[in-house]
Design a protein around this ligand. Structure first.
Ligand code: HEM
Length: 427
């Protein structure tokens, strides 16, 4: 039995992979007293658990191991069937991945060009991919998709960071309940009503919660529909049922958080791979169609979300281990994607794994089964456009000698705080 089994310590943030290997070599599922959950590190078992949603509930997916009372967060990511199916069907009416991609590609290109203009204008020959591109791009795009005004973008990122660094902390989970959010929204609306003709009417100060903000937006769209995502969500209907206020707010919060830190990290890891492997960078430059493979391999190599939880609804044997009803399991996508039984020499960054149909595209970075990521293609599109633009406009990317990557202390996420490369425009 391995000694240290906490998957989210600062030491693990430095480099979790040797420890994942140690756990996997011990057994495909190892009990962690620190997080009170089974750690799932083998690809086969991880995939089987994600596929078996009848037995493995998602009710604790983003909350954690111990059977504490989870706050009411009626979001599809932590709901089971049939509730999950209803929520996903309703949301898919307004947030259809294909429509979103078609509608947003030109805007993504424009934002990326502006961000790269900023880097070139600075003229210091350095790119911090986190600060300069990967951090601002996804938050701007998702905020615009939701219909948040530009002056709120900074606030948005602060809210998103706050949630990202809190979720998954055991045992303090720290969500405000939806009930509180609805109350706060009502108060804010009443306050606004009171100041109806007042230019100084409160529009949310630093203490406003994201839940209250979205609840207000929802109520305002009910009163005055617009041509935007929130209105479409408010109006979406399946079998005569619509989303209620807590469900709407939960989905908007999920969109904000799910679409941000994760996409940022995909770009960070992709740039790191290219900067550390000049021959790889050259290949992608010569054959731009390889970018798709590069992104898939980056998702496998350094999965932006390292893992989420499940809870067993019945006694069941998995990988030779007896799991009891109520036990939590932390499915480590990041470890499964480095399982040598599945991927030969998993630490190597290897474009050849991808054969167009199977290969690395069967990695678990976007999950598997009914909760498979709703924004996967949006994330891929943002990253593809950003990486191609950076390569074309900035030229040769080289990692800075002796750079030590510092990792953000956010339980589920694999997030460098900064990653600096030098660039050399090509003749
Ligand atoms: C590289 C970027 C991303 C990664 C690695 C990622 C990863 C994941 C993973 C692993 C899950 C499955 C959770 C589970 O099984 O418990 C998931 C679900 C989800 N993701 Fe993403 N995601 C990314 C980008 C996005 C974006 C851009 C959006 C939306 C704008 C998004 C929205 C969602 C939603 C709504 C779900 C819940 C789906 C459901 O429960 O049915 N994600 N994501």
């Amino acid at each position: 039995m391995p000694t240290n089994t906490h998957p989210f310590t600062p030491e693990m943030k430095e480099c979790p992979f040797p420890r994942y290997d140690e756990w996997r070599e011990d057994a495909p599922l190892v009990w962690s007293p620190e997080v009170e959950a089974w750690l799932v590190t083998s690809y086969e078992e991880a995939k089987a658990i994600l596929a078996n949603h009848q037995v493995f509930s998602s009710s604790n997916s983003v909350f954690g191991g111990p059977a504490l009372e989870h706050p009411e967060f009626p979001s599809m990511i932590n709901r089971d069937e049939p509730d999950h199916r209803r929520l996903r069907a309703l949301v898919s009416k307004a947030f259809t991945p294909r429509t979103i991609e078609e509608a947003w590609e030109p805007r993504i290109r424009q934002v990326v060009e502006e961000l790269v203009d900023g880097v070139l204008a600075r003229g210091d020959g350095r790119l911090d991919i986190v600060r300069d591109v990967a951090y601002p791009l996804p938050v701007k795009i998702i905020a615009e998709i939701i219909g948040v005004p530009p002056e709120r973008f900074e606030q948005f990122k602060t809210w998103s960071n706050e949630i990202v660094s809190r979720i998954g902390r055991v045992p303090e989970h720290g969500y405000r309940s939806m009930e509180q959010a609805a109350e706060a929204a009502e108060e804010a609306l009443a306050e606004r009503e009171h100041h109806r003709d007042d230019a100084e009417a409160p529009g949310g100060g630093p203490d406003e919660s994201i839940f209250a903000y979205f609840a207000q937006e929802v109520e305002m769209r009910r009163a005055q529909p617009r041509d935007d995502l929130v209105t479409r969500l408010v109006q979406a209907e399946v079998d005569g049922r619509q989303l209620d206020l807590p469900e709407l707010v939960s989905f908007l919060v999920l969109l904000l958080v799910a679409g941000n830190e994760t996409t940022t990290n995909l770009m960070n890891h992709s740039v790191r791979a290219m900067a550390e492997h000049p021959e790889l960078q050259q290949r992608v430059r010569d054959q731009p169609e390889l970018m798709e493979k590069l992104l898939e391999e980056a998702l496998r190599w350094e999965s932006p979300i390292q893992g989420f939880y499940r809870r067993a609804r019945q006694d069941i044997e998995v990988g030779g281990v007896q799991v009891k009803t109520g036990d939590a399991l932390l499915v480590l996508f990041g470890a499964a994607n480095r399982d040598p039984e599945k991927y030969e020499c998993p630490a190597d960054f290897d474009l050849e794994r991808f054969d167009g149909q199977t290969g690395t595209r069967d990695h678990l970075a976007f999950g598997y089964g009914i909760h498979y990521c709703l924004g996967a293609n949006l994330a891929r599109m943002e990253a593809r456009i950003a990486m191609q633009t950076v390569l074309t406009r900035l030229g040769e990317l080289r990692s800075v000698e002796g750079q030590r990557v510092e990792w953000w202390d956010a339980p589920f996420f694999r997030s460098p705080k900064a990653y600096v490369v030098t660039y050399q425009p090509r003749a």
